[in-house]
Design a protein around this ligand. Structure first.
Ligand code: G6P
Length: 466
């Protein structure tokens, strides 16, 4: 590929498992912040985005790469075989690493075969991506699916700057060591030049592991980790939203229609909203319990409220995701069965995705946003909810203190997502909050969402990597 004559900026090669958001899920933070953020990071610069097409076929084995340019972003994708998807994506990535890194040891499965599949697919990514990488490209690998990829690329002789960013939490050391071969996995991370985490908490856990389990030399101030004569930098870079894009969505007809649609259907009732991938880490059943507790305490307010939960299905072939779906159907059904009237249903539970524009309208029409994950690397829905509010009459964000976003959004009403009492209390506080306080909280939060945006995240990481 030719270099742009106007700039010396090296070409950026991004590698992630997920390249585009599945169509059925729309395109928003709720669908997983990674794909949206990487699209924003790449659209303004010369680059290439390599990863899985999301499709199942045998063609990836024969080296078949599909290259396309859409919306200013060039993607190179490969298909995965049924076995690869089973062992690498549904297996090791989403049945071992995802639950473990989200502190759900009870859901984590440790199978030798899926671990081998994970290594095999990482090797295939390296084999197919390496020839696409030119000498002075900067390479940026993303997320838990591809932890060993940097080491695999190095074994093919790549001397480029290679960085890695983890979009999910890094667990506490005592939890992480439950992973068989944990040391082998982390040693591969030390082949990157720079490793990024969403928050200082996850970074500190990683540094603690490197010091105590690997015996690496760790300098907490600079984040340098030295082992076997090689040094990797590890730092925190909180991801943000594409503020310029998102904040303008309110001007679109689609957003206005969505806002009207929601307001017309709820009439004088106050709407509360939750938007999440259908994932056990998002704390949706616990949120419904909190809402149920609020209704128990203040039954006279049920007629004034409606809760809308949008939850597009995710990773549907993984058993724990099938179970969470059943749990939620039951919980919503129970509350609606007990609390509905012929002309009023308190919970609307929707299993589909919406476009960014529509979500903007729904967020703006909702006086309370509930973002209560049990554990979350960052959570961009919280930031999108804030960005969509009317500055003259902003809604209230109820946010889990266990989401990475809570560090920046301290002016949300922070809750312990495990406690139905805490959630019920936060709902009451939000409903009764005077306009002045809502505005004061909103103004502080929106400043952070605006300034600590996805462009700043990309620039900070790539500056340190370069
Ligand atoms: C999280 C992960 C991403 C992932 C996204 C959607 O945000 O950090 O890596 O892409 O969820 O999940 P999926 O399995 O559909 O890619």
């Amino acid at each position: 590929m030719e270099r742009s004559p106007l700039t010396d900026t090296p070409r950026l090669v991004v590698i992630s498992n997920r390249v585009a958001v599945p169509k059925a899920r729309g395109a928003a933070g709720a669908q997983g912040g990674l794909a949206g953020a990487l699209h924003a990071a790449l659209k303004d610069r010369e680059g290439l985005w390599f990863g899985w097409s999301g499709e199942e076929s045998e063609s990836g084995r024969t080296g078949n790469i599909d290259t396309q340019t859409n919306d200013g972003v060039t993607t190179a994708t490969i298909d995965l075989s049924q076995r690869d998807i089973e062992e690498y994506y549904n297996g090791y990535a989403n049945s071992t690493l995802w639950p473990l890194f989200h502190y759900r040891l009870d859901l984590a499965k440790f199978e030798r075969e899926t671990g081998k599949g994970y290594e095999r697919v990482n090797e295939r990514f390296a084999e197919l991506a390496a020839p696409l990488i030119e000498n002075d490209d900067v390479v940026w690998v993303h997320d838990y699916h591809l932890i060993p990829l940097g080491e695999r690329l190095r074994s093919r002789g790549l001397k480029n700057r290679i960085g890695f960013f983890l979009h999910i939490p890094w667990p506490a050391t005592r939890l992480f060591v439950s992973l068989p071969y944990h040391e082998r996995l982390v040693r591969t991370m030390l082949h990157y030049d720079l490793v990024g985490f969403q928050t200082k908490e996850w970074l500190d856990s990683f540094l603690h592991y490197c010091r105590t389990e690997l015996g690496a030399e760790v300098d907490e101030d600079s984040g340098s980790v030295t082992l076997d004569g090689r040094t990797t930098l590890a730092r925190a870079y909180p991801i943000g939203i594409d503020w310029d894009h998102f904040s303008k969505l309110g001007e679109t007809g689609e957003a206005r229609n969505a806002q009207q649609r929601m307001m017309a259907s709820t009439r004088r009732r106050i709407s509360m909203i939750g938007v999440d991938r259908l994932d056990y880490s998002k704390g949706i059943p616990e949120r419904i319990d909190g809402i149920g507790r609020f209704f128990d305490r203040e039954p006279e307010r049920i007629r004034d409220l409606v809760f809308v939960q949008i939850a597009p299905p995710s990773r549907e072939d993984v058993q724990s995701y099938q179970e969470i779906r059943e749990t939620l159907e039951q919980k919503c059904g129970q509350i609606n069965g007990a609390r509905s009237e012929v002309d009023m249903v308190p919970i609307r539970y929707v299993n589909r995705g919406y476009s960014h524009e529509e979500l903007f309208g729904f967020f703006r029409a909702s006086k309370i946003g509930l973002v209560t994950p049990l554990r979350d690397g960052m959570n961009l829905v919280a930031k999108e909810y804030v960005a969509a509010q009317d500055p003259d009459d902003p809604g209230v964000l109820i946010l889990s203190s266990f989401a990475g976003a809570a560090l920046q959004l301290q002016d949300a009403v922070l809750v312990n997502p495990h406690s139905p009492d805490d959630i019920a209390h936060a709902i009451r506080k939000a409903l009764d909050m005077p306009l002045d306080e809502r505005k004061a909280r909103y103004e502080k939060m929106v400043a952070s969402v605006r300034d600590e945006n996805v462009q700043a995240w990309t620039a900070d990481f790539l500056r340190d990597l370069g």
